[in-house]
Ligand binder design. Structure first.
Ligand SMILES: Nc1ccn([C@@H]2O[C@H](COP(=O)(O)OP(=O)(O)OP(=O)(O)O)[C@@H](O)[C@H]2O)c(=O)n1
Ligand SMILES: C[C@](O)(CO)[C@H](O)COP(=O)(O)O
Length: 210
């Protein structure tokens, strides 16, 4: 995103991305507890920011996403059976997506991820940008959050993780456990570059997705 405030605190329609993300998570009827991992120095400030939005527990996050998820998971009570892991950067993921993911876990899938088909042609390249080949995109999916898990499975995956993973489902895959996809949402785009913020600003003007 370039220089400026931490991405989760950048403004979208006048409110921080994190506020949008928590509001939508809290609107999902299945969500009964929200844990936010924040930079250690900002725990109190993030709690104050979110208190008017929804009841939240705020913990100190880690250096990497995986560390932050582990820190948040550590305070989830043992009687919570399903955990959804979400990115603040996917701040417009609708409440309905949280529900769909939670319902699929509840129906018996241990690990559930929202995913969209890939629409570009994908090339594999070498370090010199020379094309090595064209990948069959029909078997590829672009994966989003919230990702949903049975809590014991997610805890086991984090406990076993020896290397770094870009998503939680990757750790579950490493355990050899099945991960299933549900249809993702265009509203769950990851805000990474300034253009994504421009797209999200437009999405805010649209009716909420059905
Ligand atoms: N130490 C970290 C880094 C990232 N995240 C979470 O992981 C999400 C996805 O990571 P990413 O978009 O890569 O966030 P950043 O690393 O903060 O941003 P960027 O890569 O755009 O610089 C973030 O929204 C945030 O919710 C986290 O909890 N702890
Ligand atoms: C979890 C994720 O959003 C799924 O696409 C993604 O892997 C996060 O990656 P990042 O490199 O931490 O942005």
């Amino acid at each position: 995103m370039g220089p400026g405030a931490p991405k989760a605190l950048r403004l979208l329609g006048g409110e921080p991305l994190l506020v949008h993300a928590v509001r939508r998570a809290a609107a999902a009827p299945s969500v009964r507890m929200i844990v936010v991992a924040a930079p250690p120095a900002d725990v109190d400030a993030v709690h104050a920011l979110l208190a008017p939005v929804a009841p939240v527990t705020v913990v100190a996050g880690g250096a990497e996403r995986q560390d932050s998820v582990a820190a948040a998971l550590a305070v989830v009570p043992d009687d919570v059976g399903i955990v959804l892991v979400h990115d603040a950067a996917r701040c417009l993921a609708p409440a309905e997506l949280f529900e769909q993911v939670a319902a699929t876990v509840r129906d018996g899938a241990g690990a559930v991820i929202p995913a969209l088909p890939v629409t570009d042609t994908i090339k594999e390249v070498d370090p010199g940008e020379r094309v090595l080949g064209t990948v069959d995109r029909s078997v590829l999916r672009a994966v989003q959050t919230p990702q949903g898990f049975s809590a014991p499975l997610l805890r086991a995956a984090h406990a076993a993780a020896a290397d770094s993973h870009t998503d939680d489902a990757g750790m579950v895959e490493k355990l050899g456990h099945r991960v299933v996809c549900v249809p993702g949402s265009d509203f769950a785009l990851k805000i990474t570059r300034p253009i994504d913020l421009a797209v999200a600003t437009h999405l805010l003007t649209l009716p909420p997705p059905a």
